[in-house]
Design a protein around this ligand. Structure first.
Ligand SMILES: Cc1cc2nc3c(=O)[nH]c(=O)nc-3n(C[C@H](O)[C@H](O)[C@H](O)COP(=O)(O)OP(=O)(O)OC[C@H]3O[C@@H](n4cnc5c(N)ncnc54)[C@H](O)[C@@H]3O)c2cc1C
Length: 477
């Protein structure tokens, strides 16, 4: 009946899956990882690689609770406790396993209590066009342990017994169906649903949203978890900056100019937010629906800029995202202008015409913004005063921008052992969920939080599955 038996089956070989597999293996379990793409890494490998750490448990816990439950509560106290304890341990975990780390930032929301103990850290090392230092570190740990890893394997379904426990999975490998028994547990680490149009239409408010990450993230984990009776949470929560989607590429480009002479305008030609909103938080700004016009007037929106911004450097951050080794963005943006990705005109009125915007409105918007730059005070949208640089003489340029996902946070609800929970609050024996598939983050997101969470709940699930229990060792930190 079974083609293969293992202790722990990890579905998805990104950051969370790798951490879980390493931990389960080190606890003595026989582990198999199955990955649907030809290589591992998922979103993790195309990310910046920053992970969340806390330098004090009591204060850090306050901060995480503030971010996670700032507007409403969805996450149980013991899940937040566990996350906080594990974030205190993230740095040490890397260092115990031979990695070096360095800090590159802190809390996104400085007013939330406990913000001063938040650190974002990177694993010290080279980020190449193929591998970032975070993924290189994890991949090396998996390979040194010779953890069995199957690529190009599609997980079709979970095998569930009469007691409603998850005992195995059916996968397709090289065209053949393979039944895998997981004696101790299955860990879902399949990432989000950034490339599942149906799920995005159903679960997010605005549309269309594109992705900066890996096309392997098609929401399979959501379907698998539902089939076992899971409750879902945070389905409408995403972390998204604004970026550019070219029809010839699956993934979008992360747009972040090096100069400051640019503004964002909606389809009416008006600014609608500070252009320096936290990059993870644009969802809360762009999914506004105009019930009068029956449109999302900020999807797409437009970035309007002048020659200073055009010539300062590439508009896209080409070291990040799935396109990083598929397309070389030109240094002065001239190739993208030639391709028509950037539109240009000598006057704002001419640019407005090319974008199908009302020219008097766009002219007035630019005039108002330039006045704010002169005053050093953006009364309308509170853009930081050191980033107020006016749009000077033509030619002027524009690029169509859309929400471009760093991740989706939704998926199966988990408990403090990372077990998947049913709507009645009971847990599904044998099934765990980790990483951005059912993240603890809801409305607000703290940068570095996803990879911090991949490490935290990857360890928890990996250890609990291997030992069928996990009491966090870091309780006294
Ligand atoms: C450009 C960019 C920058 C980012 N920067 C940061 C950052 O600095 N810090 C941070 O915390 N977060 C960052 N993020 C978000 C973060 O990268 C992700 O949330 C995180 O990597 C998710 O890890 P994961 O292991 O859950 O999923 P992934 O790393 O995406 O791995 C999921 C894996 O599962 C595989 N899979 C999917 N379905 C199946 C299936 N049915 N069977 C088998 N395998 C399957 C996928 O192919 C993939 O390999 C960034 C994201 C992007 C796109």
């Amino acid at each position: 009946m079974w083609d293969k038996k293992v202790d722990v089956l990890v579905i998805g070989y990104g950051g969370a899956g790798a951490v879980a597999a390493i931990t389960s293996h080190d606890e003595g379990a026989d582990v198999l990882i199955v990955e649907k793409m030809g290589v591992g890494g998922g979103n993790t490998n195309v990310s910046l690689g920053g992970f969340l750490c806390l330098t004090d448990l009591k204060e850090g816990r306050k901060y995480l609770e503030g971010v996670i439950s700032c507007v409403y509560d969805t996450v149980d106290q013991d899940v937040i406790d566990t996350f906080a304890k594990e974030c205190c341990y993230n740095r040490q975990w890397v260092e115990e396993l031979g990695g070096k780390t360095h800090s590159y930032g802190g809390a996104a929301y400085g007013d939330i209590p406990g913000a001063s103990v938040v650190e974002k850290r990177l694993i010290t090392g080279e980020n190449t066009k193929k591998t970032n230092s975070f993924w290189a570190f994890l991949k090396d740990l998996v390979e040194k342990r010779r953890i069995d890893t199957w690529f190009n394997v599609q997980t079709e379904s979970l095998v569930i017994n009469k007691q409603k426990e998850v005992i195995g999975a059916e996968v397709t490998s090289e065209g053949k169906k393979v039944r895998i028994k997981a004696e101790k547990g299955i860990i879902l680490a399949c990432g989000g649903f950034e490339y599942n149009e149906n799920m995005k239409k159903n679960y997010l408010k605005g549309y269309p949203y594109y992705s900066l990450g890996s096309p392997g993230n098609t929401g399979d984990g959501v379907g698998l978890a539902i089939s076992a009776g899971a409750d879902l949470w945070h389905m409408s929560s995403v972390s998204t900056p604004l970026g550019f989607k070219a029809s010839e590429h699956d993934a979008a480009f992360f747009i972040r100019p090096s100069a400051y002479s640019y503004i964002y305008v909606d389809q009416t030609g008006k600014r609608f937010a500070s252009e320096f909103t936290d990059i993870h938080a644009y969802n809360n700004i762009v999914d506004f629906f105009d019930v009068g016009g029956l449109v999302f007037p900020r999807i797409p929106c437009f970035m309007i800029f002048d020659e200073k911004t055009k010539s300062k450097g590439p508009l896209a951050i080409s070291a990040l995202g799935y396109n990083r080794d598929l397309y070389q963005w030109s240094k002065d943006n001239s190739m993208e202008l030639e391709k028509g990705w950037i539109v240009s005109d000598d006057t704002i009125a001419g640019l407005a015409k090319k974008l199908d915007l009302k020219s008097d409105v766009l002219q007035e918007t630019v005039k108002k913004y330039n006045t704010a730059c002169g005053l050093g005070n953006d009364i309308e949208h509170a853009r930081p005063s050191d980033k107020l640089v006016s749009l000077e003489n033509g030619p002027y340029y524009a690029m169509k921008l859309s929400p471009t996902l760093l991740n989706t946070q939704g998926g199966p609800k988990r408990d403090s052992f990372s077990r998947v929970i049913r709507p009645d609050g009971s847990y599904i024996k044998g099934l765990y969920s980790i990483g951005e598939l059912g993240s603890v983050f809801g409305l607000l997101y703290q940068g570095g939080g996803n990879l911090g969470e991949c490490m935290a709940f990857g360890r928890i699930a990996g250890k609990h599955a291997a030992l069928e229990k996990y009491i966090t060792d870091q309780a006294d930190l």
